[in-house]
Write a protein that binds this ligand. Structure first.
Ligand SMILES: CCCCCCC/C=C/C(=O)SCCNC(=O)CCNC(=O)[C@H](O)C(C)(C)COP(=O)(O)OP(=O)(O)OC[C@H]1O[C@@H](n2cnc3c(N)ncnc32)[C@H](O)[C@@H]1OP(=O)(O)O
Ligand code: NDP
Length: 294
């Protein structure tokens, strides 16, 4: 099958002569970003732990007329990360664009997350993102400038049953602001994109029950639907581009308005376990019909 070039809304040679590194670029949102950047003229290096999806994405991009390469990496390992960034600069001579897209987590009530489970998710989504960002700055961007975008999540009002990733992604949004300030004078912009529920191939890594819950999110999203991989990619590409030259330290929501609603992602169980406080004897007591019915 012939692979057509990515149908980007951006100008064809936007990233000509630039080199981009996309972590997690072999699958889902990362794969879409890799395709879009390559269609816009960048040489794209995709990096992750499994070689097969990386090779497939590289082959697709090459077939579509773009330039791509891959590196195997576990972003939780500092030595791996250093080797990845060195390989990109050695092979391609520069590193202009970094997309911290690799990430993931598992749904679980907080009390059942083991210490190692918590550490693993924070290591991947926060520490891994920091390691890659730091390595890209030290190896290239600190001297030559560049643009960094990290993919986080809709953690704005907490992330029930995903507390580990919520904490890690909020930390990345905060790190994004710190680094934007520290590195502005070096010509490096640092931003993030916070996707809501995106119908990415990554969704199929979850069990059926979770996927059903995710599908039901449509009814609480003002856009009336979940998002596409391309919609997440377009936001990342915009922030990487010169069109965003005056934007740094920002986390852009790509969630169809979902994060604006007060409705929780998961329903609150009816209970009477939260005692009220009435410090004033003339205060109104909450009447029975205003309390949850068991
Ligand atoms: C309400 C719906 C809203 C929908 C919004 C959706 C928003 C987000 C969507 C996405 O991100 S899409 C998909 C992205 N992709 C993934 O998430 C990938 C899948 N996840 C993983 O690969 C793992 O979760 C991982 C932990 C991130 C990495 O796993 P790794 O193989 O490195 O770890 P392990 O060695 O297997 O485990 C380490 C540690 O973690 C515990 N653990 C792992 N999975 C689970 C689980 N499902 N439940 C409970 N605990 C888990 C595991 O037991 C280990 O701990 P110890 O046993 O050693 O204590
Ligand atoms: N889909 C959605 O609704 C949302 C997704 N996100 C985030 O967007 C990003 C992309 O997700 P999506 O495309 O949906 O899902 P995917 O599961 O397809 O993408 C995750 C990618 O990260 C890579 N990865 C995971 N762990 C590591 C690691 N330790 N080192 C290097 N690479 C790693 C995976 O490759 P490999 O396993 O080969 O290493 C994979 O390519 C993730 O950070 C995800 O959490 C955020 C909000 C919503």
């Amino acid at each position: 099958m012939t692979i057509p070039e990515y149908d980007s809304v951006f100008r064809k040679k936007l990233f000509a002569d630039q080199v981009a590194l996309v972590t997690g670029g072999g699958t889902g949102i990362g794969r879409a970003i890799a395709h879009e950047l390559a269609a816009l003229g960048a040489t794209v290096v995709v990096a992750a732990r499994r070689e097969e999806p990386l090779l497939e994405t590289v082959a697709e991009i090459t077939e579509a007329g773009g330039s791509a390469d891959h590196v195997i990496v576990n972003i939780r390992e500092a030595d791996d990360v250093e080797a990845m960034v060195s390989a990109v600069v050695e092979r391609h001579g520069r590193l202009d664009l970094l997309v911290n897209n690799a990430g993931g987590q598992f749904p679980s009530p907080a009390e059942h997350i083991s210490p190692n489970g918590w550490r693993t998710v924070v290591d991947l989504n926060l520490n891994g993102t920091f390691l890659v960002t730091r390595a890209a700055f030290n190896a290239w961007m600190g001297e030559h400038g560049g643009s960094i975008v990290s993919v986080v999540a809709d953690m704005w009002n907490g992330f029930p049953y995903m507390s580990h990733t919520g904490a890690a992604r909020a930390a990345v949004a905060n790190m994004t602001m710190s680094l934007a300030v520290e590195w502005g004078s070096r010509g490096v912009r640092v931003n993030a994109v916070a996707p809501g529920t995106i119908y990415s191939s990554g969704m199929s890594t979850y069990d059926e029950e979770f996927q059903r819950t995710a599908a039901q999110q449509s009814s609480r999203i003002p856009a009336g639907r979940v998002g596409t991989e391309s919609e997440a990619s377009a936001a990342v590409v915009f922030l990487l581009s010169r069109a965003a030259a005056f934007i740094t330290g920002e986390t852009l929501r790509v969630d169809g308005g979902g994060s604006l609603l007060k409705a929780p992602m998961v329903p609150v169980e009816a209970h009477r376990n939260m005692p009220t406080y009435e410090g004033f004897h003339l205060a109104r007591e909450i009447p029975e019909e205003w309390l949850p019915q068991a």
